[in-house]
Structure formats: C-alpha cells, structure tokens
Write a protein that binds this ligand. Structure first.
Ligand code: ATP
Ligand code: MN
Length: 460
C-alpha cells in the first residue's frame, strides 16, 4: 500500500480533522446504504469506536460493479477528501475519489450480522469477535491499561523483572500447576530424564522470584502470564491470565495496601480520561452508570476491615449463604460480594486472615493465628487483588513450611534470602482480567482476554 504518508487512522482523523485534506483510510465496512446517485459506506478501522462515513458517488469507475456490492466485513482502502458532514451524527465525512476493495466478505456466510450477537455466540468465533464494537473496545482499554501498569510503576521507580514462565516451585496455595512434560531428554547412556532434571510446570505466580529481585533492587514488579489448571468454570477464572505483581522491600502491610489502592485508582482514572469513548459504550450497553461508578471509586477511600470483623458482619447479616460462615473458613465469592456490594458498596480491603488458610510465605502476626494478608474486594467481582507482607524471619518461615508439609530442600534459595540480609517486604497480585472486568462492566472474564482458555476450551 503506497501513500503511507497519506493513509490515516480514523482516531487521528477525528481527533484533529483537516477539512479539505486528501487522505486514505483502510478499514472494514460496517454498513452500506444507497441513495440516489451515491452510497454511504460506514467503515471502521479499529483505532477507535467511531466509524467514518464515506460518500461514494456513482461516477466512481467501480460503482456499479463493486461498490454497490459492498457488505459488512469487506475490507476497503478509500482515498478521498475530508469534508464537513451536512448530516447529523458525524462532524466529518470522506468524499471518495477511489474505493479499492481489498477483500470481499460473502454476506451469505459472514457471521457478524448487523444485529447484536450474544457474547456466548461470539466466543465461538474468537477470530472475528474483535471486529465487534464491544470486543474492540475491550481490546483498546486493555492495551491502554497494560501500558498504564508500566507507567504507574516506572514513574515510582519500580524496576520490572521478567520472572520465569517455566518454574520448578509451585508457589504453594496458588493453584494447580500445568506440568511441562513432553520435553524429556534422552541420556547418552539410554533412558529419559526430565528436561530440567526435575518436574517443572507453568508458573502460577511470579511472586517468589519477584521477591528475589526485591531483596536486591528494592521495589520491583512483574507483569506476565499466569497458568492455573484449576477446574473452576466461573465467570472470574481462566486457565491462562495475566497478573501484575509488585514486590517492595522495607515495606509492611500498610505500605502494601497503600500502593495497591493508589495503583487501582490510577488505572481507573486513566481509563476514565483516556478511554472515555469506549467506556461510554460499556455504559450504554453493558452496565448503566459505569463511568459514574468508577469516578466514585476514584474519589473515595477504600473501606478496611479485618477478617475477624468480616466474619462477625457475615454472621450478623441474616443472609442465607450457601457456604456457612465461621471463623477460620476461606471467604467464598458470595461472602466477599455481600460485603463489598451490600454492606460497604465500594472497594473493601480485608486484612489479617487466619494463617491456616493462607500460604506459608505470609508473615505470621504476633497473635500466632493470623497472617499479615490483605485481599481487595470490589463490587461485581469479589477478589481483585491478593497480597501480604512476607515472612522475613528465617526460623518462622522454616516452621511454616514444615507445617504446610513443604520440603525445604526445594526452597533453599528462598530461605537463603532470609539468611543473608533479610528485610521486611510485601507485595500483591492484581488479576489483570478482573481489573478489565471491573473497568468495562463485562460480566464474564472470557470477554476481557483476546483468547480465553478455560477447561475444555482453547480453540485457537
Ligand atoms: P480466587 O480466590 O478468586 O480463585 P486466588 O485467591 O486463588 O483467587 P491469588 O492466588 O491470590 O488468587 O491471585 C491473585 C489475583 O489473581 C487474584 O486476586 C485474582 O484477581 C487473580 N486470579 C486468581 N486466579 C485467577 C484465575 N484463575 N483467572 C483470572 N484471575 C485470577
Ligand atoms: Mn487470593
């Protein structure tokens, strides 16, 4: 495609329209409507939610042969003059000098018809669904917020660490590991050995390795794919998802919560200012009042209660929960959502969970039965962040590992961090897709990742 200098993205054209300029736009037809002597072509190019309207007059050489056969999904390259639009609904339109059809999309078979399709239907065409308004908007918001994660941490001096995807430590308690198994290697003397000399799997969390770097570089973060073979077919779980995991040295639980709250508010503010057009779509079609709700979250302090207080509130609630409540249980989604949606009606940080239900690395409190843990719960979703101050005391950590039935042998490196220059430190994990669900109002996590992987489902 020549004329690179002339070819423009619709987002840029609409942001700063140059009336009278000659330019070229490549995109996909949304609709075609014929009037007497010309046709209107609505085309989008994915750069923003808005389409651009093309006016194609019947004097164009391919008008009868081609332009009048255009239908949804066809790809075109239009060269034309940008002019003010006399009609309502758009400020500018492109008067075509040439419409080149790059690819036809047979209207008999193209699955994306003009009507609204259900998200369930769209999941079965993951290769075409980003062409819909909703999934395109999700992709843009996701990209902007992923970038925002980096700016948030980089602006504060955090150093990004690429933690491994293949690992031999399973970050106990985080979830079931996918085994990396097919890679056995033939020994010269015959027989097979594990590629890595011992069982390995896909990471369920980058935390333990992020801790290593926090104990040398201070404040670090990792942001990468996470794999969990948990067989949970819920609207909030994926087998492959992305996690943001900062780890901060010389930091306690209070500092951890402060960074987490600041980060969430930063990302929400970013979405409200930089993704306003896409959010307005979600506001109209996915969750009424979404933008106002997000703006309110940014303004208010998050609520904070201890696990023990949470249990008391649940017991006094008079609610009929499926999972009965008593001190020591792991809070279920129904409990979390009751607290954040009904009682507090805003994000809620629950702290100081029973040691028995949390992983060995969380710092044991002086009461001997709780750990310095915190979960952030948000309306509509439940847990979005899980974090803790880490156990920095060698003896206590060793004892906790033994209690949990973990062989310290495999974690010598982790224990070493406590033997040589140990420091208090803390961190958390933000499920990136749950954040995108919160920002877009999407009910199902399968809609906020381009290619969802769930039990029995990984089509391409
Ligand atoms: P849950 O109780 O919701 O299953 P978890 O306590 O197992 O989550 P953590 O190990 O604390 O999750 O992971 C940190 C964050 O990662 C969670 O707060 C959540 O936002 C996200 N997360 C965890 N599991 C999944 C998953 N299977 N799919 C998508 N996001 C997830
Ligand atoms: Mn958790």
């Amino acid at each position: 495609m020549g004329d690179g200098g002339m070819r423009k993205r619709i987002a840029n054209i609409l942001a700063a329209p140059e009336i009278g300029a000659q330019l070229q736009v490549g995109g996909w037809v949304k609709t075609r409507r014929d009037a007497s002597g010309f046709s209107f072509i609505e085309m989008g190019d994915g750069s923003c939610l808005a389409n651009i309207q093309v006016i194609a007059e019947q004097s164009l050489v391919n008008y009868d042969q081609e332009i009048k056969r255009l239908s949804a999904g066809c790809s075109v390259l239009v060269t034309g003059i940008l002019q003010e639009s006399p009609a309502k609904g758009q400020a500018v339109e492109l008067r075509a000098m040439a419409v080149q059809i790059l690819g036809w999309a047979d209207p008999e078979h193209y699955p994306l018809q003009k009507k609204q399709h259900s998200f369930e239907f769209l999941r079965n065409i993951t290769h075409l669904r980003p062409r819909t308004n909703a999934l395109g908007a999700v992709a843009r918001v996701r990209s902007r917020l992923a970038y925002g994660v980096h700016t948030f941490f980089q602006e504060r001096g955090f150093i990004q660490v690429h933690t491994p995807i293949i690992t031999t430590s399973d970050c106990e308690g985080a979830g079931e590991m996918f085994q990396v198994s097919a890679s056995s290697v033939r020994q010269p003397g015959g027989g097979n050995v594990d590629f890595f000399g011992r069982p390995a799997g896909l990471t369920v969390s980058g935390q333990l390795q992020a801790e290593v770097y926090s104990q040398a570089l201070g404040n670090v973060y990792t942001f990468g794919p996470i794999f969990r073979a948990e067989n949970s077919n819920t609207s909030r779980h994926l087998a492959e998802f992305w996690m943001v995991e900062p780890e901060m040295a010389f930091c306690d639980l209070a500092g951890d919560m402060q960074v987490a709250e600041e980060m969430l508010k930063y990302l929400l503010r970013l979405a409200l200012t930089e993704c306003a057009e896409d959010l307005s779509l979600f506001d109209r079609f996915i969750e009424k009042g979404l933008s106002a709700r997000l703006a309110q979250v940014v303004e208010q302090d998050f609520a904070r209660i201890t696990y023990t207080e949470a249990v008391e509130q649940l017991l006094c609630s008079g609610q009929d929960f499926i999972y009965p409540v008593q001190w020591g249980i792991d809070l279920q989604s129904e409990h979390e959502r009751y607290l954040t949606e009904t009682v507090y009606q805003r994000p809620l940080i629950v702290t100081d969970y029973p040691a028995a239900i949390k992983p060995f690395y969380m710092r044991l409190s002086d009461d001997g039965r709780t750990v310095a843990a915190m979960d952030i719960l948000v309306p509509g979703i439940g847990e979005i962040i899980g974090g803790s101050q880490r156990e920095e005391r060698y003896d206590v950590l060793l004892a906790r590992m033994q209690q949990a039935g973990i062989d310290p042998e495999g974690y010598g490196w982790y224990l070493d961090l406590r033997r040589y220059g140990t420091v208090p430190h803390a961190g958390f994990g933000l499920g990136f897709e749950r954040l995108i669900q919160f920002v877009t109002g999407m009910a199902n996590i399968r809609e906020v990742i381009p290619f969802p992987r769930t039990p029995g489902f990984a089509p391409c």
